[in-house]
Ligand binder design. Structure first.
Ligand code: DOR
Ligand code: ZN
Length: 413
């Protein structure tokens, strides 16, 4: 089966033009300004036609076709907290938001600490929906902070990521060992940088101290490596302070294989008296927000990740940190970053699709021949109001309900 997308604005990390994309059996086979409708095959009452071809002509429609997004950081709460979200509603929320791939955090119940558990979740997700779901393993067993025996039995290249997201690993010696094991097994370490000594009193210090600690230990283990494995890979989750992003940029300049992600909420909103919506790391100050955007422009930020953290209203009232993100990420980022004049749409696509897709080793993220035809079609001109009650996610925890934005996902392919 072939589908021809005609006369549509096509945007990926290196292209932005009006043209055509031809897809055959789920793979992009041609991208060009004009593509003639592929060979006629059947002689029918109206002459020769191609029974195998669907033509979608977008002439006159003000829409854009981009590679579908990939989220490096989402919580689907399955198993254990399925009253907040489950695999089905999480995947539906992803699709509504323009995502065809998500990486899930392990702070479920039970915690995902084994390959067997991860593969089971991935298998269930596959049965439920058509998107790619990767389940990350905890880096300490059951997120308890010290036991890393479960990592030792993993084979090289068997998994992509480990993380103690939500907590971080407090013990330096344990963290150092994690870097060593992950280097040997080619696993990317996803760091939730929070020094819990300071969590109750100074969340800025908590993030900054742990970011510095992780860079120092990673440097000890991986500095000077030449092959991909020797270089290791440390990726910081949801970076939110000016100091942290500066430390990361410095470490990158030294040649360390360190990347990071920023969330839509940390670049869209500051946290002040009026807006203290609880999320971890917290919403920061204008200076931090400016520094994060500057780092995006400079290429020090590798990806935008949602940290989709659904909670029931009751749990929020009890103080659970986090907010939903999958169905808000594109409008928030498009409105703030592209309409705000900080990034081009191509740069945004790189952060939401090209780079995170590459990190998940997926054959998607660019509109080029040979890649999967995983697309998102969006409308960019009409302002609309965010309505959390129309969303697919089970939870409603967001401070952004009712705000006006641009950038609406119309369709995911
Ligand atoms: O706000 C947050 N919520 N930050 C985290 O790191 C964890 C997440 C959650 O699991 O709810
Ligand atoms: Zn986290």
């Amino acid at each position: 089966m072939q589908t021809l997308y005609k006369n549509i604005r096509i945007v990926d990390d290196t292209q932005d033009f009006t043209g055509c994309v031809l897809v055959e059996d789920g793979i992009i086979t041609q991208v060009a300004e004009t593509i003639d409708e592929p060979a006629f095959e059947i002689l029918g009452a109206y002459g020769l036609y191609n029974s195998n071809l669907i033509v979608r002509d977008f002439t006159g429609e003000d829409v854009v076709l981009m590679p579908a997004f990939t989220d490096l950081h989402a919580h689907f709460r399955d198993p254990g907290f399925t009253y907040k979200e489950d695999l089905q509603t999480g995947c539906e929320a992803a699709i509504q938001g323009g995502y065809t791939a998500v990486n899930l955090m392990p702070n479920t119940n039970p915690v995902c600490s084994s390959l067997k558990q991860a593969r089971e979740i991935e298998k269930r997700a596959k049965e439920i929906c058509g998107i790619t779901v990767n389940q990350t393993l905890s880096m300490t067993k059951d997120l308890e902070g010290t036991n890393i025996e479960h990592l030792k039995s993993l084979k090289k290249n068997e998994i992509l990521f480990v993380t103690d997201d939500g907590k971080g690993v407090q013990d330096d010696a344990v963290m150092r060992q994690i870097f060593e094991i992950c280097k040997e097994k080619n696993i990317t370490v996803l760091s939730h940088a929070e020094d819990s000594k300071y969590s109750a009193t100074d969340m800025r210090k908590a993030e900054n101290e742990m970011t510095a600690r992780d860079i120092r230990l990673f440097e000890e283990v991986c500095y000077g490596g030449t092959t991909a494995t020797e270089r290791g890979h440390l990726h910081f989750c949801h970076v939110s302070t000016e100091e942290a992003i500066e430390m990361i940029a410095e470490a990158q300049a030294k040649g360390l294989n360190i990347t990071c992600e920023v969330t839509p909420h940390h670049i869209f909103a500051t946290g002040d008296e009026a807006n203290h919506y609880r999320v971890n790391p917290p919403l920061r100050m204008q200076e931090d927000l400016d520094a994060l955007i500057k780092a995006m422009q400079a290429g020090n930020v590798f990806a935008i990740a949602t940290d989709h953290a659904p909670h029931s209203l009751e749990d929020k009232e009890k103080g659970a940190p986090g907010m939903i993100g999958l169905e808000l990420a594109f409008p928030l980022c498009y409105t703030k970053l592209v309409r705000g004049g900080f990034l081009t749409l191509s740069q945004l696509v790189k952060l939401m699709s090209t780079n995170p897709s590459a990190m998940m080793k997926l054959n998607k993220g660019k509109i080029v021949e040979g890649m999967n035809a995983e697309f998102v079609i969006a409308e960019l001109q009409q302002e609309y109001v965010i309505d959390v009650f129309s969303m697919a996610t089970k939870s409603r925890n967001t401070p952004f309900n009712g705000i006006s934005v641009f950038g609406k996902v119309l369709e995911v392919i």
